[in-house]
Design a protein around this ligand. Structure first.
Ligand code: PEP
Ligand code: MG
Length: 754
């Protein structure tokens, strides 16, 4: 075989003519095999496509035995064709039969052929087939040949996209179910079980048109898309759009470098010059990059591959005018959303009647997106590696948000198991429901107050349904996060008023705005921060933009005229800050009174305790405050210097450890000394084991998500607190990294019949 003797442009043009022809799909594919074999001077050209999730089937061949078509099948990883599919990269072998992976399929008659070059056929980033050429002589294939075959493979992907190839086959075969189910494991972020249809939050781009006769126009499109891409990255980096806070700056820097890289643009332009559309050229260059990076030993470069894939995907979205997320699309009724990661505001953009579950590749259970998912009753599983690359849009998915597992294309036994799980869960939920009007009281008569963490209007319905005694934490920022403009006093007052109406006399504790960190608002410009969780957020913003806080307090006073009002401030780090916040509040109260408006019947003012510095001012703070609310999410992240959103640190430090419990005990003891009510409102209180342990340390009030009220109440009602308490306090002097296992044992001992 000699190197390619035709320019790729000519080959592509002929290919296009065949593809646009009128014969059957099988005949056209056969003609394509002949064209490639002739053009590349090879004796054999064959194409394999994936029929079920892990089986490659010979669809057409020039040179091998025709009777092997639709008969020869290889598993992913089996034989050299399977090996190419599995590796996702081109592979060339001068003597294929000597390769340990070689498997002879006698029906193909390939024993006479020694050298082989195969490339994967990719569609939307996934391998959908393999295109291979073979020669009798033991020869080497040069880089230009490999590139040419890759370009042809890209165009062949259009055949798969058209679906024609599979139609006739599917009619003659009964199989409609994918032969294998794929299972991924992750971590439970929001409990639940769901079944539905896969939708990608940021849709993968599928290049539908590969060939163009007008390279000048394609290059213009490329320039515009690159400019738009750079502007988009600049916008993300300006931190105005902080919902992308999860994206590391380092990655964005790489994006920016690449988006502006002349070499990248030059390579894409050259590919356009061979007759490709701009989007096909981007895909081709990314395939080349991928192959180069996969063959490097440098782990850093290999890790960057995902970023570059993402960047190429973004560029193609600009080229194809598909920049938004799936939130604005017409969603299937049972949507299972898949995303790399997302912010709480992005989640709130989805139609909640259709969204059943979310699968995140990254994320952390303490991130606000997980908190919002729990509030909305949307099952969420995070840290699911690989799923997003594997899934096909429209595929059936089961999300087991009790175990943290995800199944794609589940087979009937798994579906049946899921139905059984649903039935068991309904029973369990019914047992929680049965406790709704029962007291949260231990066997030895200690009563606990269970309150709800809320932030959305629909939470109030959950409050009644769950039997919570009120709202211990109302996160007011959610209303601001879903609004493009600053909500006016009137609309804030209406919202708070409606919440109080819905509460029907049960207490509600409103927390003033806690924006910043991972809670962005579109109307407030903020500069990028290296450590947003430690940065300009919560009360710090309120002090620097006092009008924000003043208007919010004004709205709260209007909403609660003649009723009870409980307010608390987030992220208070020193007593002086609490005093300052109270002064602002007092000014608004005076203003309200002066205007002749009805004041709230009672006004209680408290503070969140989530910054450890406040612990050393408890004696000064407690006489000034009506109540304390321990925000264990933030308190733990600052206490252990452990970012609550960093998936790598997830689970590294346990709240059920001696240092954390000693600190929490100190807070409870101090509050009792000063007779100041203390509530724990972090997510940890929603886990029965943590709630019981904190009860042993003196906590009697918890504010938790609605789905946790039942399980926590059930655990409380089974507990003999006195015995449990004694043992927990003895554990505090131990030096184990976590006390979870010992506490678990005590829980068994002192729950139930104890
Ligand atoms: C906390 O930090 O524990 C808390 C309740 O506040 P948020 O999760 O909203 O930061
Ligand atoms: Mg907090």
């Amino acid at each position: 075989m000699t190197p390619i003797n035709n320019a790729p442009r000519l080959l592509l043009r002929r290919l296009q003519m065949i593809m646009a022809g009128t014969g059957s799909a099988d005949d056209r594919l056969q003609d394509i095999m002949q064209l490639i074999a002739n053009n590349m001077v090879c004796e054999v050209c064959s194409v394999y496509f994936i029929r079920s999730s892990d089986v490659l089937e010979l669809f057409a061949t020039e040179g091998l035995q025709r009777q092997a078509i639709h008969q020869t099948r290889l598993k992913f990883g089996e034989g050299l064709v399977g090996f190419i599919a599995l590796s996702g990269r081109p592979q060339a072998f001068a003597d294929a039969q000597e390769h340990p992976k070689f498997v002879l399929r006698p029906e193909t008659g390939e024993e006479d052929y020694h050298s082989m070059l195969g490339v994967p056929i990719m569609r939307a980033g996934k391998v959908v087939g393999v295109l291979a050429v073979q020669n009798k002589s033991k020869r080497f294939y040069i880089a230009e040949e490999i590139e040419a075959l890759q370009t042809v493979a890209m165009v062949l992907a259009e055949f798969v996209a058209g679906g024609e190839l599979f139609e006739s086959l599917e009619q003659s075969e009964e199989t409609s179910e994918r032969s294998t189910t794929t299972r991924f494991e992750g971590q439970v972020f929001a409990e639940g079980l769901a079944e539905g249809t896969a939708v990608l939050h940021e849709p993968k781009i599928e290049v539908l048109r590969h060939l163009s006769k007008n390279p000048t126009r394609q290059k213009r499109r490329l320039t515009k898309a690159l400019n738009d891409l750079t502007a988009q990255i600049d916008q993300i980096m300006s931190a105005e759009d902080l919902k992308h806070h999860g994206e590391h700056r380092e990655i964005l820097d790489v994006y920016k470098l690449f988006a502006k890289d002349k070499g990248w643009k030059k390579k894409i332009s050259a590919a356009i010059g061979t007759g490709l559309t701009a989007e096909a050229a981007v895909e081709k260059i990314q395939t080349d990059n991928r192959n180069r990076m996969l063959s490097t030993e440098d782990p850093y470069l290999r890790e960057r591959l995902h970023d570059l894939d993402d960047l190429a995907n973004r560029l193609n979205r600009h080229l194809m005018g598909k920049v938004g997320t799936a939130a604005s699309a017409d969603l299937p009724d049972n949507t299972i959303l898949l995303a790399q990661n997302m912010g709480p505001a992005e989640l709130l953009e989805y139609d909640r009647t259709k969204l059943k579950a979310v699968i995140l590749k990254e994320g952390s259970p303490l991130a606000h997106v997980a908190i919002v998912a729990r509030a909305l009753g949307i099952t969420m599983v995070g840290q699911v590696k690989g799923a997003i690359d594997h899934v096909e849009e429209g595929e059936q998915v089961i999300v087991n948000g009790l175990e943290g597992t995800v199944y794609f294309s589940p087979q009937s036994e798994i579906l049946q198991g899921y139905q059984e799980n649903i039935a068991q869960r309904s029973e369990l939920l019914a047992s929680y429901d049965a406790l709704k009007d029962k007291r949260a009281i231990t066997k030895d008569g200690v009563e606990i107050e269970l309150l709800l963490n809320a932030g959305l209007a629909i939470d109030m319905e959950s409050m009644h349904k769950s039997g919570a005694k009120g709202v211990g934490l109302f996160r007011t920022e959610f209303q601001f996060m879903v609004s493009d403009t600053l909500p006016r006093v009137k609309s804030q007052a209406e919202f708070y008023g409606a919440i109080l109406d819905e509460a029907s006399g049960k207490p509600v504790t409103f927390r003033t705005l806690d924006i910043g960190g991972d809670k962005p608002v579109s109307f407030l410009k903020r500069e990028a921060e290296v450590n947003p969780a430690l940065g300009w957020r919560a009360i710090r913003i309120s002090f620097d933009r006092p009008a924000l806080l003043r208007y919010q307090i004004r709205a709260l006073l209007i909403a609660s005229s003649g009723r009870d009002l409980n307010i608390m401030f987030p992220m208070i780090a020193t007593v002086s800050e609490f005093i300052m916040a109270k002064e602002i509040l007092q000014k608004e109260v005076d203003r309200h009174a002066k205007a002749g408006r009805t004041l709230p019947k009672t006004l209680k003012v408290g503070t969140m305790l989530e910054v450890p510095s406040l612990l050393w001012q408890m004696d000064e703070l407690l006489p000034l405050t009506d109540f304390i609310s321990v925000g264990s999410n933030d308190l733990m992240q600052f206490f252990f210097a452990c970012d609550r959103e960093n998936p790598k640190l997830n689970g590294r430090y346990d709240i059920l450890s001696a240092p954390a419990l000693k600190m929490l005990k100190l807070i409870a003891d101090k509050c009792h000394e000063y007779d100041v009510p203390v509530t724990l409102c972090g997510e940890a209180g929603g886990q029965p084991i943590t709630a019981l342990t904190l009860m042993a340390l003196g906590y009697r009030r918890f504010s938790i998500s609605s789905s946790s009220i039942g399980p926590v109440k059930m655990a409380i009602r089974r507990l003999n607190l006195k015995k449990f308490e004694k043992n927990i306090n003895l554990l505090l002097s131990r030096s184990d990294h976590s006390l979870r296992n010992q506490i678990q044992l005590y829980m068994q001992d002192y729950s139930g019949n104890g």
